[in-house]
Ligand binder design. Structure first.
Ligand SMILES: *Cc1c(COP(=O)(O)O)cnc(C)c1O
Length: 384
């Protein structure tokens, strides 16, 4: 079996697991306890926080550890919207139409149950949010804008700094979901100029079930999990010490090895994109040809059932995805495919191939050898 689904999740790097192990065994203290067990756990969390802050180029106190990327998005958006409303009465929350459900569902809920006014920003045909779109959409009653750094389904990278600067000039909070991007793109929050940024370690060889939110000093943010005073009073609950240590270690390795990792995956990706577009009739790349994550190839095939193609690929020994990780038997194209303006007969046939450090040229060659016939087979089955 060959794994081509690194955007869904990655295996834990053995070096990360080694760093975590002591905190799952002998160093088990509660970081809020006064005694030495507690001190040791607290020291581990604070050194993880310092490490993360150094890679994000921010203060340790600006890092909030959470339970996952989705929770970071929830805290940023719900907490930021409530905080800004309290500060200046703002009601509008803007996000792109291509966001992850952790963002879109949170904003929909804020519209339905909390009296906020959601507005969805259009993306261009490559799935990108442009500065013009943001400039036009904001008003003096806008509290928060959320645009992802890179898209999980189509790999497109957004011009974050441009978007963030527009918001900053207008006193609007700018949040980015960088959960997918952080595996390959620099995450210096001063360069990106963002107020809040969500991360999750399982997309870069760290454990599942742990995330972080960067929150710029002075950002009005209301806690969504109330209780003890952990995480600067913004996220109650005894911290998951081992996973936080794992988060920091995996981010460190990602920062240190970024160039090597890109050098490994990018030529493989380019080979896949070139060969698929050349050998498979009625195929299109989704997202931008150049401004995309280096490990990410995504396509649509006309008159193909994407889920059927995934099943055929699985039977042939390849684990791919059709976009988001949601695998319910939903026969509708994903929101992102619709947002790109793809007709239904194209949007239903999406395929995402995302590479990682264990993939080889031989993996890619055997994939490219079999894919055209599987697309053909899926197409024929679709016609009956
Ligand atoms: C994976 C992902 C998430 C969710 O992260 P979890 O840690 O799985 O909750 C959010 N946004 C994007 C863009 C993602 O790729």
């Amino acid at each position: 079996m060959i794994y081509f689904d690194y955007s869904a999740t990655t295996p834990i790097d053995p070096r990360v697991l080694d760093a975590m192990m002591p905190y799952l065994t002998e160093s088990f203290g509660n970081p809020s306890s006064i005694h030495r067990y507690g001190q040791k756990a607290e020291a581990a969390i604070e050194s993880a926080r310092e490490m993360v802050a150094s890679f994000l180029n921010c203060l340790p106190a600006e890092i909030i550890f959470t339970s996952c990327g989705s929770e970071s998005d929830n805290l940023a958006i719900r907490g930021g919207a409530l905080g800004m409303r309290e500060k200046n009465g703002s009601q509008w929350i803007l996000a792109s139409r291509a966001e992850h459900p952790a963002v879109t569902k949170t904003i929909e809920q804020l519209g339905k149950h909390y009296g906020f006014l959601p507005e969805w920003l259009d993306v261009n045909a490559q799935g990108m949010v442009t500065a013009e779109v943001v400039s036009k959409a904001i008003c003096n009653n806008t509290g928060l804008v959320s645009v992802m750094y890179a898209n999980n389904e189509i790999g497109t990278i957004n011009p974050l700094r441009d978007l963030a600067e527009i918001c900053r000039a207008n006193g609007i909070l700018f949040h980015t979901d960088a959960v997918q991007a952080a595996a390959y793109l620099p995450v210096d929050v001063q360069v990106l100029s963002v107020d809040m940024m969500s991360l999750g370690s399982h997309k870069f060889y760290g454990p599942k079930g742990v995330g972080a939110l960067y929150v710029r000093k002075g950002t009005p943010l209301i806690s969504h999990n109330t209780g003890g005073g952990q995480e600067n009073n913004l996220r109650a609950g005894t911290q998951n010490v081992a996973y936080i240590v794992g988060f920091a270690e995996s981010l460190k390795l990602t920062a240190q090895e970024r160039e090597q990792r890109i050098k490994h995956v990018q030529p493989l990706r380019d080979k896949i994109i070139g060969a698929v577009l050349e050998t498979i009739p009625d195929s299109q790349l989704t997202g931008d040809m150049n401004v995309r994550l280096p490990h990410h190839a995504s396509f649509v095939f006309k008159d193909v059932d994407g889920n059927l193609l995934l099943t055929l690929l699985d039977a042939a020994g390849f684990a791919c995805s059709s976009g988001s990780a949601c695998k319910t038997g939903n026969p509708e194209p994903s929101e992102v495919m619709n947002t790109l303006g793809l007709p239904r007969e194209w949007g239903l046939g999406s395929l995402r191939v995302t590479l990682g450090k264990d993939n080889t040229v031989a993996d890619v060659d055997s994939f490219l050898k079999i894919l055209p016939s599987l697309v053909e087979k899926a197409r024929n089955l679709n016609q009956r």
